[in-house]
Each structure stands twice: as C-alpha cells, then as structure tokens.
Design a protein around this ligand. Structure first.
Ligand code: PBG
Length: 333
C-alpha cells in the first residue's frame, strides 16, 4: 500500500505563479560588478583569447563600453591595467607614478560618469617585473612589511583619482589597516575598502594573467594566497580584515569556494562579495561554445549559486551579458 503522504513539496512547484511566490533569492543587476581591462593607446579593442567576449580596451573605447553598460543598469566596474613590460620594475613604482595611464583613465571615467561606482585593484603584480603581488628579495622571498607602504601609495593614488572602492588583492598581512590609515590621514575616509579576504592560490586565474601578462616570473603565490584545502584560515583572515576596517569581505574564486562564501556570511556582519574569476567564466564559455551547455540557462544559474551561498556583491565577466538578459526579461528560474 502507498503510504499516506501529507507533505508534498511538489505543490509549491506546480506552476510559474506558485514558483514565483516561493522564490527565495533574486539576483538583480545592481549586485554585479563588471571587471574591465584597460590598455594604453588609441582605438584598441583586443579580445582576451582565453576569455571570449572580454577585451583589453583603450580609454575612448572603454568609455563607450561603460556607457553601454550604464544604459543596461550595470553601474559598478572593477578596472585593471595591462601595463607594458618597460614600465615594470621591482618596486612597482609605475603604480603610483604621476604619468600612470590607468590613474588618468580613472579620473576621466569619473568625470564622464560620476554616478558609476569604480573599484580598483591594489597589488604589485601588474606593475612588478617579478610578477608577484609583493616585493621579492634576492632569495625569492616575498617581503610582507616592506610591501605595505607600496600598496598604500598605490591605494592613495587611486583614491586621489576618485575611485569609490579600493580592492587590495595582494594577501599581505596587515595591508587593510595600513591602507585604511593612509587613506584616512590623507582625507580619504570616505573611500571604501573591499578586501580580498579569502583569496585562494587558484588555477582559475589563468585567463586573467594572460589578459594582463602578469603571471609570476618565478615561483607561485602559495606563500601569500590560501590553500584550496583549507577553510579555517578564511575565518582568521575575515576577523583581521573586519578589525582592520574593511567594508566588504571578498571570497575568490567563487564557484569552487561556495562553502567559504557561506562560512564568512554566517560568521561576519560585513557584506560578503565574491569574485567569479576568469577561469570560471572561461570554463563555462568554452562548454557553451562547444554546444555542451546552454549559456542563457547555465550562466544565470552559476551567478545565482554564488548569491544563494551568501554573496551580496558578485564580480563577474558575465555581468554585462546578465544585464542584457535581465533587460530582455530573460532571467527566469
Ligand atoms: C591581482 C589579481 C588577480 C586577479 C585579480 N587580481 C590575479 C592573481 O592574483 O594572480 C584574478 C582575477 C581573475 O582571474 O579573474 N593580484
């Protein structure tokens, strides 16, 4: 005999109207931040081969791209510079140099689009001849405390260019406090910090390093980025960043670390951000290109999983595609 079943979860799935009543999460475009790569020059729009649909833009074309995003309701951007090899040195001095094209571009973007929210990256790697996020000594060691003043100078130069949020992605100990103090003393108490709190030594950054030509020249990043085998360190990093004055705690990558997003969300009051990194996007794009996955279904599902895990803000190369789909009324679960 069939047992009497008083609970039938399927009743709450029976039609679109009922499914809409019980939908727990909605991912709106205003939670998305769009990473963009900037190069020096004019008329440049070069596709990043390992990240289809993403480009290295020169400023004038980037301004048009930003405008088209703003028209879709996408108004938060994370900007990264692709720095020519000749401008790189051991101490990343170009990162805060007067003539830095990236800093000039940030000012210009803010002038053109004052309502856009701009975030910058603070780490030495795009400017370092060693390709590391910190200062490298003669034995190949990464020098933590010697790196902090460089990061602070970089952060201050970006704040002076008018950006809204500074994103330290270097994983040096004590950098949030150092940057916070530097910004406050210079009158930039209003500039936010989104700390890359739990940043893993991940294989999923490959396409990003291609885009910026910023891979380490020797060694790897395991002495500063976290091990994929660990979660408890994320709590230590979160506690430190919160105490040091971070405004958001970020987990990176996102998809292979949904448990870490949930862990930080449960343990801290600060908003959690997640970076759906280049390799995650490349992986999905490649499968869709082959016809193995349906982009318009799989991409929103991927972003929703990150939001459901607890991320309030999501940095994703799919932000514009999502905004386009949202505008066309195509985001349906
Ligand atoms: C720089 C930085 C990296 C990313 C963001 N900031 C690369 C790295 O740490 O090697 C990766 C982003 C992505 O893969 O999309 N420190």
């Amino acid at each position: 005999m069939f047992p009497y079943n008083q609970s039938r979860p399927r009743r709450n799935r029976k039609n679109p109207a009922v499914r809409a009543h019980i939908q727990e999460h909605h991912l709106t475009v205003d939670r998305l931040m769009y990473p963009l790569f900037l190069v020096q020059g004019e008329g440049v729009k070069e596709e990043v081969s390992s990240l289809p649909g993403n480009y290295r833009w020169s400023l004038e074309l980037l301004l048009k791209e930003i405008e088209s995003c703003m028209n879709l309701g996408l108004q938060s951007f994370v900007l990264f510079p692709a720095v020519p090899e000749d401008f790189k040195d051991k101490v990343a001095s170009y990162s805060y140099a007067e003539e830095n094209f990236y800093l000039h571009a940030l000012r210009r973007i803010k002038e053109e689009f004052p309502e856009a929210c701009l975030m910058t990256d603070v780490a030495m790697d795009p400017y370092s001849s060693d390709g590391h996020d910190g200062l490298v000594d003669e034995y190949g060691q990464i020098l933590n405390d010697e790196t902090l003043p460089i990061l602070s100078k970089m952060a201050l130069a970006q704040a002076q260019a008018g950006v809204d949020i500074i994103g330290p992605s270097d994983m040096m100990d004590g950098r949030v406090a150092h940057i916070r103090q530097t910004l406050d003393q210079a009158g930039f108490g209003h500039t936010s910090i989104m700390s890359y709190t739990a940043k893993y030594a991940s294989a999923f950054y490959g396409p990003f390093r291609d885009a910026l030509d910023s891979a380490p020249k020797a060694g790897d990043k395991k002495t500063y980025q976290m091990s994929p085998a660990n979660s408890r360190e994320a709590l230590i990093e979160g506690r430190l960043d919160a105490a040091e004055g971070a405004d958001y705690l970020m987990v990176k990558p996102a998809l292979p670390y949904l448990d870490i997003i949930a862990l930080l969300n449960q343990n801290f009051e600060l908003p959690i951000a997640a970076y759906n990194v280049s390799g995650e996007c490349a992986m999905l794009s490649a499968a869709c290109e082959k016809g193995w996955l349906d982009f318009e279904k799989a991409m929103p599902e991927m972003l929703m999983s990150i939001h459901r895990a607890g991320a309030k803000v999501i940095l994703s190369y799919f932000a514009k595609a999502y905004a386009e789909m949202a505008k066309a009324g195509k985001i349906k679960f």
